[in-house]
Design a protein around this ligand. Structure first.
Ligand code: UT7
Length: 314
């Protein structure tokens, strides 16, 4: 009998400090009108001095609580992050210690696609029988690698954490997942530090990234539906990476999915990179929109580029 990797718990955490577009108007040559119309973002959360691990801990505790599991029941912790607290050890090991777990723990780095890369990795351990319960986390303090004088990126990125517990299930769970990378696009989106001890900031050719994101994510959504013998009518909820409302709506339009079936958090969260998908999922579950048995489509793309999709029954 096949082991499916099924989501049995979710949790999220946002730092309390809210930075609105009006706050950014005071320090940058920008306007609320420009940011809202070009991105859909109205406000974002930014850490004071919390670390990536600090954000992950409450998100994980909430996910474990929904799953009715204890940290000792977890077989792996996989943390996707672009903003680890240290070069080493992996932030996942600090998280393991803070949670009181004792399983192997490691980080995955695929920027804004990190969460789908981590889900796909966890899926393999569960399907091959080497794990029963895995904590998959996306946690980011993107504010630490933003150039706060660069209006084209400072308005986009933000901080937060989301987590899911994946558990072996005989009946249903992740039905399909697919990952891609193409390292041709280094200069389109990167933190340009050439020395390990040099703290760089995000550099992005926004327009180029926008077009590639729409094309790659639309193609991948179509491919995912085709591989699952589905159409967008079979999707109850799309939970995309939350980078820009215009990217999300272009992809939804291409696969003929009404926007009412898309979980959107970009307005209040901004782009939290690897945290954006689990954050949106947790919000959609806790407010009652996403229910057991729903078919969910996750998609994300980030620097590299790396991109991926996961189709799952909840
Ligand atoms: O998570 C994956 C990573 N990132 C993304 O997915 C981001 C993808 N890209 C985008 O979301 C969009 O390209 C942006 C929101 C970054 C920019 O929107 P755009 O419609 O592509 O604008 P643009 O870069 O073509 O810039 C248009 C104009 C420029 O002025 P000129 O050259 O036409 O005079 C920019 O200098 O808007 C200007 N601009 C701004 N104006 C006011 C750029 N940023 C701002 C700003 N406020 N914050």
């Amino acid at each position: 009998m096949k082991n499916f990797a099924r989501i049995i718990g979710t949790g999220s955490y946002l730092p309390p400090k809210i930075v609105t577009n009006f706050d950014l108007e005071k320090t940058l040559d920008t306007t609320d009108e420009w940011i809202t119309s070009r991105t859909g973002i109205k406000e974002r959360r930014i850490v004071n001095n919390e670390s990536t691990c600090d954000l992950a801990v409450p998100a994980c505790l909430n996910a474990l609580s929904m799953a009715e599991l204890k940290p000792q029941d977890i077989d792996f912790i996989i943390l996707s992050t672009t903003t680890p607290d240290k070069i080493f050890p992996a932030t996942a090991t600090m998280l393991q210690n803070r949670l009181g777990a004792s399983c192997p723990a490691f980080d995955i780095q695929a920027v804004c696609a990190g969460f789908v890369f981590a889900l796909n990795t966890a899926q393999q351990y569960i399907e091959n029988g080497s794990a029963t319960n895995i904590l998959v986390v996306g946690s980011e303090t993107m504010s630490k690698i933003v150039d706060w004088n660069d209006r084209s990126t400072a308005i986009l990125f933000a901080d937060g954490a989301g987590a899911v517990v994946l558990s072996a299930d005989n009946n249903t769970g992740i039905k399909y997942s697919k990952l891609y990378s193409d390292g041709n696009y280094l200069s389109s989106l990167q933190v340009n530090n050439n020395r390990i001890n040099e703290l760089g900031t995000i550099e992005m050719e926004g327009n180029e990234v926008f077009k590639i994101a729409v094309n790659k994510l639309s193609d991948l959504a179509e491919e995912t539906l085709k591989e699952c013998n589905m159409t967008s009518e079979n999707i109850d909820w799309m939970i995309p990476h939350q980078a820009n409302i215009r990217i999300i709506s272009a992809v939804a339009k291409r696969i003929k999915l009404p926007m009412e079936k898309v979980i959107l958090t970009v307005e209040k969260h901004g782009n939290t990179s690897a945290a954006s998908i689990p954050l949106a999922l947790d919000i959609g579950i806790r407010d009652g929109r996403i229910n057991k048995g729903d078919t969910l489509l996750f998609e994300g793309i980030g620097g590299g580029f790396s991109w991926g999709s996961v189709l799952a029954e909840f």
